[in-house]
Design a binder for this molecule. Sequence first.
Ligand code: NAP
Length: 262
Amino acid sequence: MKTLPTVLITGASSGIGATYAERFARRGHDLVVVARDKARLEALAARLRSECKVAVDVMQADLTKPGDLSALETRLRDDARIGILINNAGMAQTKGFLEQTAEGIDSLITLNTTAVTRLAAAVAPRLAQSGSGAIVNIGSVVGFAPEFGMSIYGASKAFVLFLSQGLNIELAPKGVYVQAVVPAATRTEIWERAGVDVNTLPEVMEVEELVDAALVGFDRRELVTIPPLHVAGRWDALDGARQGLMSDLRQARAAERYRPQV
Ligand SMILES: NC(=O)c1ccc[n+]([C@@H]2O[C@H](COP(=O)([O-])OP(=O)(O)OC[C@H]3O[C@@H](n4cnc5c(N)ncnc54)[C@H](OP(=O)(O)O)[C@@H]3O)[C@@H](O)[C@H]2O)c1
Protein backbone atom coordinates (compact mmCIF):
# COMPACT_ATOMS: atom_id res chain seq x y z
CA MET A 1 0.00 0.00 0.00
CA LYS A 2 1.27 3.49 -0.86
CA THR A 3 2.11 5.53 2.27
CA LEU A 4 0.24 8.80 2.61
CA PRO A 5 2.38 11.95 2.66
CA THR A 6 3.09 13.65 5.98
CA VAL A 7 1.27 16.98 6.35
CA LEU A 8 3.06 19.97 7.90
CA ILE A 9 0.59 22.49 9.32
CA THR A 10 1.59 25.92 10.59
CA GLY A 11 -0.59 27.53 13.25
CA ALA A 12 -1.85 24.11 14.34
CA SER A 13 -2.29 24.97 18.02
CA SER A 14 -5.80 26.39 17.54
CA GLY A 15 -8.60 27.23 15.12
CA ILE A 16 -8.33 26.36 11.44
CA GLY A 17 -4.86 24.80 11.76
CA ALA A 18 -5.85 22.52 14.66
CA THR A 19 -8.93 21.44 12.70
CA TYR A 20 -6.84 20.66 9.59
CA ALA A 21 -4.56 18.59 11.87
CA GLU A 22 -7.50 16.59 13.14
CA ARG A 23 -9.00 16.04 9.69
CA PHE A 24 -5.71 14.91 8.10
CA ALA A 25 -4.97 12.65 11.08
CA ARG A 26 -8.39 11.05 10.68
CA ARG A 27 -7.51 10.43 7.04
CA GLY A 28 -4.43 8.55 8.25
CA HIS A 29 -1.71 11.12 7.49
CA ASP A 30 1.25 11.58 9.81
CA LEU A 31 1.66 15.22 10.85
CA VAL A 32 4.18 17.88 11.76
CA VAL A 33 2.37 20.54 13.79
CA VAL A 34 3.90 23.98 14.19
CA ALA A 35 3.09 27.00 16.39
CA ARG A 36 4.52 28.94 19.35
CA ASP A 37 2.47 27.29 22.11
CA LYS A 38 4.29 24.00 22.69
CA ALA A 39 1.98 22.77 25.46
CA ARG A 40 -1.09 23.08 23.24
CA LEU A 41 0.70 21.37 20.34
CA GLU A 42 1.79 18.51 22.64
CA ALA A 43 -1.77 18.06 23.91
CA LEU A 44 -3.14 17.98 20.34
CA ALA A 45 -0.39 15.59 19.25
CA ALA A 46 -1.04 13.20 22.16
CA ARG A 47 -4.77 13.13 21.39
CA LEU A 48 -4.30 12.54 17.67
CA ARG A 49 -1.65 9.84 18.21
CA SER A 50 -4.00 7.98 20.49
CA GLU A 51 -7.26 8.52 18.57
CA CYS A 52 -5.98 8.20 15.01
CA LYS A 53 -2.86 6.01 15.39
CA VAL A 54 -0.70 8.40 13.38
CA ALA A 55 2.74 9.88 14.09
CA VAL A 56 2.66 13.54 15.11
CA ASP A 57 5.82 15.63 15.44
CA VAL A 58 5.69 18.90 17.33
CA MET A 59 7.82 21.84 16.18
CA GLN A 60 7.72 24.94 18.33
CA ALA A 61 8.37 27.99 16.16
CA ASP A 62 7.65 31.68 16.14
CA LEU A 63 7.52 32.33 12.40
CA THR A 64 8.33 36.02 12.88
CA LYS A 65 11.76 34.98 14.27
CA PRO A 66 14.44 34.43 11.61
CA GLY A 67 16.06 31.45 13.38
CA ASP A 68 12.75 29.59 13.85
CA LEU A 69 11.68 30.27 10.27
CA SER A 70 14.94 28.96 8.86
CA ALA A 71 14.75 25.80 11.04
CA LEU A 72 11.33 25.09 9.54
CA GLU A 73 12.63 25.74 6.02
CA THR A 74 15.37 23.19 6.64
CA ARG A 75 12.80 20.62 7.81
CA LEU A 76 10.67 21.23 4.70
CA ARG A 77 13.69 20.93 2.40
CA ASP A 78 15.12 17.80 4.01
CA ASP A 79 12.20 15.68 5.21
CA ALA A 80 11.12 13.76 2.12
CA ARG A 81 8.06 12.36 3.93
CA ILE A 82 6.42 15.81 3.99
CA GLY A 83 4.26 16.05 0.87
CA ILE A 84 1.63 18.58 1.93
CA LEU A 85 2.22 22.04 3.43
CA ILE A 86 -0.71 23.84 5.03
CA ASN A 87 0.46 27.46 5.23
CA ASN A 88 -2.11 28.54 7.80
CA ALA A 89 -0.48 30.53 10.64
CA GLY A 90 -1.59 34.13 10.49
CA MET A 91 -2.64 37.08 12.58
CA ALA A 92 -5.30 39.74 12.16
CA GLN A 93 -4.92 43.48 12.44
CA THR A 94 -5.82 45.34 15.61
CA LYS A 95 -7.12 48.86 15.02
CA GLY A 96 -6.83 51.14 11.98
CA PHE A 97 -3.82 52.23 9.96
CA LEU A 98 -3.24 55.38 12.00
CA GLU A 99 -2.83 53.33 15.19
CA GLN A 100 -0.20 50.91 13.90
CA THR A 101 3.30 50.53 15.33
CA ALA A 102 6.39 49.61 13.34
CA GLU A 103 6.69 46.34 15.31
CA GLY A 104 3.05 45.43 14.76
CA ILE A 105 3.31 46.04 11.02
CA ASP A 106 6.50 43.98 10.83
CA SER A 107 5.00 41.03 12.73
CA LEU A 108 1.85 40.93 10.62
CA ILE A 109 3.63 41.20 7.28
CA THR A 110 6.36 38.74 8.28
CA LEU A 111 3.90 36.10 9.53
CA ASN A 112 1.19 36.53 6.87
CA THR A 113 3.40 36.99 3.80
CA THR A 114 7.15 36.41 4.31
CA ALA A 115 6.77 33.14 6.24
CA VAL A 116 4.11 31.84 3.82
CA THR A 117 6.33 32.58 0.84
CA ARG A 118 9.54 31.23 2.36
CA LEU A 119 7.95 27.99 3.53
CA ALA A 120 6.39 27.44 0.09
CA ALA A 121 9.77 28.20 -1.51
CA ALA A 122 11.50 25.74 0.83
CA VAL A 123 9.25 22.82 -0.03
CA ALA A 124 8.41 23.54 -3.69
CA PRO A 125 11.68 22.38 -5.34
CA ARG A 126 11.49 18.98 -3.61
CA LEU A 127 7.81 18.55 -4.51
CA ALA A 128 8.48 19.61 -8.12
CA GLN A 129 11.35 17.13 -8.25
CA SER A 130 9.04 14.33 -7.10
CA GLY A 131 6.19 15.49 -9.37
CA SER A 132 3.66 15.39 -6.54
CA GLY A 133 2.45 17.12 -3.40
CA ALA A 134 0.41 20.12 -2.40
CA ILE A 135 0.74 23.59 -0.93
CA VAL A 136 -2.37 25.08 0.69
CA ASN A 137 -2.32 28.79 1.55
CA ILE A 138 -4.97 30.34 3.80
CA GLY A 139 -6.14 33.72 2.50
CA SER A 140 -9.20 35.73 3.53
CA VAL A 141 -12.12 37.50 1.88
CA VAL A 142 -10.68 40.64 3.51
CA GLY A 143 -8.16 40.44 0.66
CA PHE A 144 -11.05 41.34 -1.70
CA ALA A 145 -12.35 44.14 0.48
CA PRO A 146 -10.41 47.37 1.09
CA GLU A 147 -13.78 48.65 2.39
CA PHE A 148 -13.35 46.61 5.59
CA GLY A 149 -10.73 49.01 7.01
CA MET A 150 -8.15 46.31 7.69
CA SER A 151 -5.72 47.55 5.07
CA ILE A 152 -2.55 45.75 6.15
CA TYR A 153 -4.25 42.44 6.91
CA GLY A 154 -6.26 42.65 3.68
CA ALA A 155 -3.16 43.48 1.66
CA SER A 156 -1.37 40.48 3.18
CA LYS A 157 -4.27 38.20 2.20
CA ALA A 158 -4.46 39.68 -1.34
CA PHE A 159 -0.76 38.76 -1.50
CA VAL A 160 -1.56 35.18 -0.43
CA LEU A 161 -4.17 34.82 -3.19
CA PHE A 162 -1.89 36.26 -5.87
CA LEU A 163 1.03 34.13 -4.68
CA SER A 164 -1.14 31.01 -4.83
CA GLN A 165 -2.38 31.79 -8.34
CA GLY A 166 1.16 32.47 -9.54
CA LEU A 167 2.56 29.34 -7.88
CA ASN A 168 -0.19 27.27 -9.43
CA ILE A 169 0.84 28.47 -12.89
CA GLU A 170 4.50 27.68 -12.16
CA LEU A 171 4.08 24.43 -10.23
CA ALA A 172 1.01 22.68 -11.67
CA PRO A 173 2.96 21.63 -14.80
CA LYS A 174 5.44 19.94 -12.43
CA GLY A 175 2.68 17.97 -10.71
CA VAL A 176 2.37 20.15 -7.59
CA TYR A 177 -1.13 21.23 -6.54
CA VAL A 178 -1.51 24.72 -5.05
CA GLN A 179 -4.77 25.74 -3.37
CA ALA A 180 -5.81 29.13 -1.99
CA VAL A 181 -8.47 28.79 0.70
CA VAL A 182 -10.41 32.01 1.26
CA PRO A 183 -12.51 32.03 4.45
CA ALA A 184 -14.77 34.79 5.72
CA ALA A 185 -15.48 35.23 9.46
CA THR A 186 -14.86 31.87 11.15
CA ARG A 187 -15.22 31.09 14.87
CA THR A 188 -11.60 30.91 16.07
CA GLU A 189 -9.34 32.70 18.53
CA ILE A 190 -8.08 35.13 15.89
CA TRP A 191 -10.88 37.53 16.78
CA GLU A 192 -10.16 37.57 20.50
CA ARG A 193 -6.45 37.94 19.79
CA ALA A 194 -7.29 41.06 17.74
CA GLY A 195 -9.53 42.42 20.51
CA VAL A 196 -12.89 41.61 18.85
CA ASP A 197 -15.69 39.62 20.52
CA VAL A 198 -16.63 37.06 17.84
CA ASN A 199 -20.17 36.95 19.23
CA THR A 200 -20.73 40.54 18.12
CA LEU A 201 -20.37 39.53 14.44
CA PRO A 202 -23.63 39.12 12.54
CA GLU A 203 -22.62 35.86 10.84
CA VAL A 204 -19.81 33.43 11.64
CA MET A 205 -18.93 30.03 10.16
CA GLU A 206 -18.01 27.21 12.53
CA VAL A 207 -14.39 26.17 12.04
CA GLU A 208 -15.23 22.50 11.30
CA GLU A 209 -17.59 23.56 8.49
CA LEU A 210 -14.91 25.84 7.04
CA VAL A 211 -12.18 23.19 7.03
CA ASP A 212 -14.46 20.41 5.75
CA ALA A 213 -15.52 22.68 2.86
CA ALA A 214 -11.88 23.57 2.16
CA LEU A 215 -11.09 19.85 2.02
CA VAL A 216 -13.89 19.27 -0.51
CA GLY A 217 -12.10 21.84 -2.68
CA PHE A 218 -8.74 20.17 -1.92
CA ASP A 219 -10.02 16.75 -2.98
CA ARG A 220 -11.36 18.29 -6.23
CA ARG A 221 -7.98 19.95 -6.82
CA GLU A 222 -9.72 23.32 -6.96
CA LEU A 223 -7.32 26.28 -7.23
CA VAL A 224 -9.30 28.88 -5.30
CA THR A 225 -11.75 27.62 -2.66
CA ILE A 226 -14.07 30.21 -1.12
CA PRO A 227 -16.35 28.28 1.27
CA PRO A 228 -18.63 31.24 2.14
CA LEU A 229 -19.21 32.19 -1.55
CA HIS A 230 -22.62 30.82 -2.48
CA VAL A 231 -22.65 32.04 -6.11
CA ALA A 232 -19.60 30.32 -7.59
CA GLY A 233 -19.92 32.30 -10.84
CA ARG A 234 -18.92 35.47 -8.95
CA TRP A 235 -15.34 34.25 -8.72
CA ASP A 236 -15.27 33.28 -12.41
CA ALA A 237 -16.67 36.73 -13.30
CA LEU A 238 -14.01 38.47 -11.18
CA ASP A 239 -11.21 36.46 -12.74
CA GLY A 240 -12.73 36.97 -16.20
CA ALA A 241 -12.82 40.76 -15.61
CA ARG A 242 -9.16 40.66 -14.62
CA GLN A 243 -8.23 38.82 -17.80
CA GLY A 244 -10.35 41.31 -19.79
CA LEU A 245 -8.40 44.19 -18.25
CA MET A 246 -5.12 42.53 -19.23
CA SER A 247 -6.32 42.17 -22.83
CA ASP A 248 -6.93 45.94 -23.04
CA LEU A 249 -3.42 46.99 -22.01
CA ARG A 250 -1.32 48.50 -24.80
CA GLN A 251 2.22 48.72 -23.52
CA ALA A 252 3.75 51.09 -26.08
CA ARG A 253 1.45 54.10 -25.62
CA ALA A 254 -0.31 55.80 -22.71
CA ALA A 255 -4.09 55.76 -23.02
CA GLU A 256 -5.70 58.73 -24.79
CA ARG A 257 -7.04 60.14 -21.49
CA TYR A 258 -3.50 60.48 -20.09
CA ARG A 259 -1.99 62.29 -23.08
CA PRO A 260 -0.85 65.79 -22.03
CA GLN A 261 -3.11 68.54 -23.42
CA VAL A 262 -1.06 70.82 -25.69
N1 NAP B 1 -11.01 33.05 11.74
C1 NAP B 1 -11.33 33.83 10.73
O1 NAP B 1 -12.35 34.53 10.72
C2 NAP B 1 -10.43 33.86 9.50
C3 NAP B 1 -10.97 34.39 8.32
C4 NAP B 1 -10.16 34.41 7.20
C5 NAP B 1 -8.87 33.93 7.25
N2 NAP B 1 -8.37 33.43 8.43
C6 NAP B 1 -6.98 32.96 8.44
O2 NAP B 1 -6.93 31.65 8.95
C7 NAP B 1 -5.62 31.39 9.45
C8 NAP B 1 -5.73 30.68 10.79
O3 NAP B 1 -6.29 31.54 11.73
P1 NAP B 1 -7.42 31.11 12.78
O4 NAP B 1 -8.66 31.82 12.41
O5 NAP B 1 -7.43 29.65 12.93
O6 NAP B 1 -6.87 31.85 14.10
P2 NAP B 1 -6.20 31.33 15.44
O7 NAP B 1 -7.09 30.37 16.15
O8 NAP B 1 -5.77 32.57 16.14
O9 NAP B 1 -4.95 30.52 14.92
C9 NAP B 1 -3.75 31.14 14.49
C10 NAP B 1 -2.64 30.12 14.59
O10 NAP B 1 -1.43 30.73 14.18
C11 NAP B 1 -0.44 30.55 15.21
N3 NAP B 1 0.44 31.70 15.25
C12 NAP B 1 0.13 32.99 15.52
N4 NAP B 1 1.23 33.74 15.49
C13 NAP B 1 2.27 32.91 15.20
C14 NAP B 1 3.67 33.08 15.06
N5 NAP B 1 4.25 34.28 15.23
N6 NAP B 1 4.43 32.02 14.74
C15 NAP B 1 3.86 30.78 14.60
N7 NAP B 1 2.55 30.56 14.71
C16 NAP B 1 1.77 31.61 15.04
C17 NAP B 1 -1.26 30.42 16.50
O11 NAP B 1 -0.58 29.62 17.47
P3 NAP B 1 0.40 30.14 18.64
O12 NAP B 1 -0.26 31.30 19.30
O13 NAP B 1 0.54 28.92 19.49
O14 NAP B 1 1.69 30.49 17.95
C18 NAP B 1 -2.45 29.61 16.00
O15 NAP B 1 -2.13 28.25 15.97
C19 NAP B 1 -4.90 32.74 9.50
O16 NAP B 1 -4.02 32.84 8.41
C20 NAP B 1 -6.04 33.73 9.34
O17 NAP B 1 -5.62 34.93 8.77
C21 NAP B 1 -9.13 33.38 9.55
